[in-house]
Design a protein around this ligand. Structure first.
Ligand code: ADP
Ligand code: MG
Length: 322
């Protein structure tokens, strides 16, 4: 039988050894980290609950990746560089196969972003995974939600909607060929945090967030916090590769409202278009200009002919759905 302390030692405690910025890692009452002199700390938590955010039988390697990816995505959305993270884990049992897979997926992504696991907590209970992540950025350079300005372009990274399409496949809302479903499902299970893009957009973008609950709903947070409105060109939204093969209605609906994309939505002055494209190129990420920030409140949708399109906006709300 694996004890709590064996479990921590075997699967999680190896990770902090080689990072200069971690003065003290796993094993004491607190971890000690040394942010670069003069930098501000950026801190965020995200909790993933079995049966709510993922299926109970989810592949543990992908689950480990996703838990950290959604937290890294919050740092990306702020323009912060990763420092380290803590992991609070509630487990029904100490299953070595599951723990090996989970820690492998988690720590591979942590290594890829030089983000050390510096501590956490482990307890028995329903499967529940909570990560708190720490990043750093120069004071005054954070990409906030309340700083969009009238006349800004609205941009989005990568593509939208394939994660939602994969869910529709699982729920049998849509019939997908097995290979296509598998490819879309990778977008749902293995999101790519846009860390390099967030950092490259410092000083270029005015406002940003990451899209976890659907573009329309998440952009709504920027509009509300910044006291502005927007027009989106619905047919300019970059639909995911598999979603592009679907009928127009579904394409619009899922790229506008589909959750779990973890792309960045950001605004930048029209004068900065070349700089935005250069930043995206430097970060190795495609970006698309999809609309404009305006003074009139609310969100309007136009098709490619300039006609208004009426679609329901909704974003995922844990307390509005059963
Ligand atoms: P305490 O009783 O002081 O809270 P714990 O016994 O819970 O300490 O944890 C011992 C050490 O192991 C601490 O440094 C803690 O940060 C670390 N730790 C516990 N669980 C995890 C985990 N799931 N991942 C990483 N580190 C962990
Ligand atoms: Mg503890």
């Amino acid at each position: 039988m694996l004890s709590e302390f064996d479990l921590i030692k075997r699967y999680f405690a190896q990770h902090t050894l080689h990072d200069q910025r971690v003065a003290l890692g796993i094993g004491d009452d607190c971890a000690l980290i040394k942010p670069t002199a003069g930098m501000q700390l950026a801190i965020s938590s995200d909790m993933l609950v079995s049966g709510r955010h993922f299926f109970a039988d989810a592949d543990p390697v992908m689950l480990g990746h996703k838990c950290l990816a959604v937290n890294l995505s919050d740092l990306a959305a702020m323009g912060a560089a990763p420092l380290g993270f803590t992991l609070a884990l509630s487990l029904p049992e100490a299953n070595p196969g599951w723990l090996a897979g989970f820690s492998q997926g988690l720590l591979a992504l942590a290594d890829a972003h030089q983000c050390s696991l510096i501590g956490g907590d482990t307890t028995k209970g329903p499967l529940n995974i909570c990560i708190t992540i720490f990043g750093e950025l120069p004071p005054g350079s954070a990409l906030r939600r309340d700083t969009a300005q009238i006349g800004d372009d609205i941009w989005v990274s990568g593509t939208l909607g394939d994660a939602r399409l994969a869910l529709a496949g699982y729920w049998k809302e849509v019939q997908l060929e097995a290979g296509a479903h598998q490819q879309a499902a990778l977008r749902m299970h293995r999101p790519t945090p846009r860390i390099a893009l967030g950092i490259a957009l410092r000083g270029i973008a005015h406002a940003a967030l990451d899209i976890s609950d659907g573009l329309a709903g998440d952009l709504g947070h920027i509009l509300e916090r910044s006291g502005v409105g927007a027009t989106l060109h619905i047919d300019q939204l970059p639909a995911g590769e598999i979603l592009q093969t679907q009928p127009l209605d579904l394409r619009r609906q899922f790229s506008l409202n589909g959750g779990d994309d973890y792309e960045l939505c950001f605004t930048a002055p029209a004068n900065n278009r070349q700089q935005v494209l250069a930043a995206a190129h430097q970060a190795g990420t495609v970006v698309s200009c999809i609309g404009q920030i305006e003074s009139a409140h609310g969100l309007r949708l136009l098709d490619d002919h300039g006609n208004e399109v009426h679609l329901l906006f909704h974003s995922f709300d844990h307390f509005a759905t059963p």
